[in-house]
Design a protein around this ligand. Structure first.
Ligand SMILES: O=C(CO)[C@H](O)[C@H](O)COP(=O)(O)O
Length: 207
């Protein structure tokens, strides 16, 4: 099971410091949407240059202009780019085509999806990687990642990631559901000691 560290609501310097501190405990590096909005594709390029062996996820959250944004992410060095599940089917297939032509991947963000009908449709379009996701704002209303796994009940053949306010305390319940990747943002990046937090999470996953 991979740990994907999500770099959100951080300055450029903070992103690099967190990667310096936690790099040996995390498998995938997510450059968050807000960080990309602040620093553009340049920060994806710079992180790629410094971490040539890590899997880099550009959290582009694309919902239109699929071809263009996917090319932007991959040209900057991302291995995976994110696309919203509610996007038009044409947007989804355009992004998948770009990814396939470059040997890269698209992660479909299921934020807001409440029925597995859409997930089955996405699979028919060729999607192989999805992220179950409770967004930042809905985390404040008390929604948690636990129930998200119901969405993919009875669906096989999908690689899954899960995100949304995961902490060291909630991680065991997530791990029970055996996702391929756990995406952790604030619980690492806003911890008093990010390295210690990442190490504890890595240890828990390995148990
Ligand atoms: O995509 C995201 C926000 O849209 C974050 O990457 C994801 O929610 C993980 O961060 P956190 O653990 O802080 O919720």
């Amino acid at each position: 099971m991979n740990i994907q560290v999500a770099l959100d609501r951080l300055t450029r310097e903070e992103c690099f410091q967190i990667l310096e501190d936690t790099g040996s405990y995390v498998d995938w590096i997510e450059i968050g949407t807000g960080v990309i909005k602040e620093y553009g594709m340049a920060i994806v390029r710079d992180i790629r240059e410094k971490y040539p062996d890590k899997t880099i996820v550009a959290d582009m959250k694309t919902c239109d202009a699929g071809k263009h944004e996917t090319i932007q992410a991959f040209d900057a060095g991302a291995d995976i780019t994110t696309v919203m599940a509610f996007s038009a089917d044409k947007t989804i297939t355009d992004t998948l085509e770009v990814a396939e032509s470059r040997g890269k991947r698209v992660m479909i963000d299921l934020l807001g999806v409440s029925e597995n009908k859409r997930i089955r449709e996405l699979q028919e379009l060729g999607v192989s990687l999805v992220s179950l996701h409770i967004g930042k704002d809905m985390q404040e209303t008390g929604e948690s990642t636990g129930s998200l796994f119901d969405l993919i009940q009875g669906i096989s053949g999908l690689e899954t990631a899960v995100a949304g306010g995961i902490t060291l305390e909630t991680l065991p319940g997530i791990v029970e559901n055996n996702p391929d990747t756990v995406i952790i943002g604030s619980a690492i990046t806003k911890a008093a000691d990010p390295a210690e937090a990442a190490m504890a999470m890595k240890g828990l996953i390995k148990e």
